[in-house]
Design a protein around this ligand. Sequence first.
Ligand code: ADP
Ligand code: MG
Ligand code: ZN
Length: 624
Amino acid sequence: MADDKNKNNRKWNVNLNNENPDKRRTTAYYLLMALSVLMFLNYFVLPSYMNRSVEEVTYSTFLNQVSTGDVSEVKLEETQITFVATDDAGDKQVYITGLIDDPTLVTRLEEADVTFSKDIPTEASPILSILVSWVLPLLLFWGLGSLLGKQMAKRMGGGAGGALSFGKSNAKVYVKAGDSKTFKDVAGQDEAKEALSEVVDYLHQPKKYQDIGAKNPKGILLVGPPGTGKTLLARAVAGEADVPFFSISGSEFVEMFVGRGAAKVRDLFKEANEKAPCIVFIDEIDTIGKKRDNGSFGGGNDEREQTLNQLLAEMDGFEANKGIILLAATNRPESLDAALLRPGRFDRRVPVELPDLAGREAILKVHATNYKMDPSINYNTIARATSGASGAELANIINEGGLRAVREGRNAVTQSDLEESVETVIAGYQRKNAVISPKEKEIVSYHEIGHALVAAKQTESAPVHKITIIPRTSGALGYTMQIEEGEKSLMTKQELFNKIVTLAGGRAAEEIVFGSITTGASNDIEQMTRMARAMITRYGMSDTFDMMQIETQTNKYLGGDTSMNVSAGMAEQVDREVLDIIKQAHEKAIAILNENSEKLHELSHHLLVEETITGAEFMKILGE
Ligand code: ADP
Ligand code: MG
Ligand code: ZN
């Protein structure tokens, strides 16, 4: 990857806060703390500890004891009299009593033949005593206080600087970072790269644009699901553009104290203004840019709102041709405040979608360059098996393959390592030595062959690539991998229905063969219900509802939450339709398996013995 020997690639990763943890200072703090503990002991704990055996008596008791001859020794101190006397039990005991201006005392003591003395008043200089009793404790408290303050500031994410640097931005400036990324590191995403290279070009030669009168876009929003390379793209822009690059994550603006986040925004833009032309990148902007909801309980989050307002104000404040370009990334564009998306703010959106087949292959290859790979690896096969995987997941697959190769003692990553890690990443680790009863294994075999057979016997369904009954840690006891032959963006109603039938195939096989059913189909049930529901509520695939949108997807990328748009009566009708589709699919699956029950048994026995069979083997036994 990065070439360490290249001198020009010196890493310039400057932190604006100049935060450098000074070890010596920390030691000093520890010393201070130790000292203060000692002083505390000295002033408050030890004296009372030593006085524990000292009994306080009245002055008259003292005089009484002197006259009875019990007192053997007396010490006249500045504020009290300490004396030793024999108590009732005959033991010597230390007593104290208050000092009274008593001129007869000396005569009495002499008469009773008591040795007595007076303390010489401490000759300590007043300066020293003031120092010890006032200045030192104050110093200690100050030291402790600032130490605590620092730690608190750190914990609150405010970074360093302690109490004095509240509101400093944490933006990091990358000026040609040594490990900087370029567009070459971003595979696929051609449209996004094109949109961003225009920005890079503008920063390189602004005059070309200014001559025509074209203004550069102020704000560009990278939008897409997690792991698709938004952050990577932004870093690549930094690597391509020869200008300072300020990068900060939205969550770093979220502060405990109202107004602090806003101050950070101000600080960031002040800094950017000084360094212009430059790029300011706000990652995960949704953390500060969320819709401001008015009547929420407790007045909502004042802090976030102030931060957002400050950001909006700053965006309006800078001139478009001053050369500050704002980049931001989010995976929840729908949650952003409309004000952020108005013209003149983040008015340009760059979609960063999940990679298609070619994109996946390219991403796999980009990451493979960092590993020792077997030259015979067919990345296309892996790409085909990972439909729907994000760039981050694909990078993970390569890495898992590398780990597996090491585990197996190979010196290069092979095709099977990658195939294995596809399953690892997508379906959890294999639990080879998990204990499963033979009966359970048989059920799982039939279940998986049920899926595979139903898939194979339907037209327009993806061919089976691999069937296995080796359980994964994800909880699945078996796994039937189907691989689409091409890249699919559209699905017909028939294809969707066939998929649901295939999902029903597992349970159907259990019913036919064992006459009983297990919990093993729960994931299938979840998937087929979701698909059947989407057919009716979002894809307009039912006769009853025609092209009416019944559900709105409120969060396209994360989780895919939906909200219903129809009345309760209609919702009931929707449920009936969903149930209809599922019932039809279930019946069709049973019919297919009944027609092919011989093959069902043959294949299941084969799988039970082999534990894993490939698509080719499967088709051979099927005789097709
Ligand atoms: P996002 O910010 O969109 O959630 P990231 O940029 O953090 O995603 O991507 C995470 C990792 O996934 C990257 O560091 C990179 O290793 C890998 N990755 C994602 N997309 C791509 C891509 N298009 N090309 C190469 N690697 C990618
Ligand atoms: Mg990111
Ligand atoms: Zn299943």
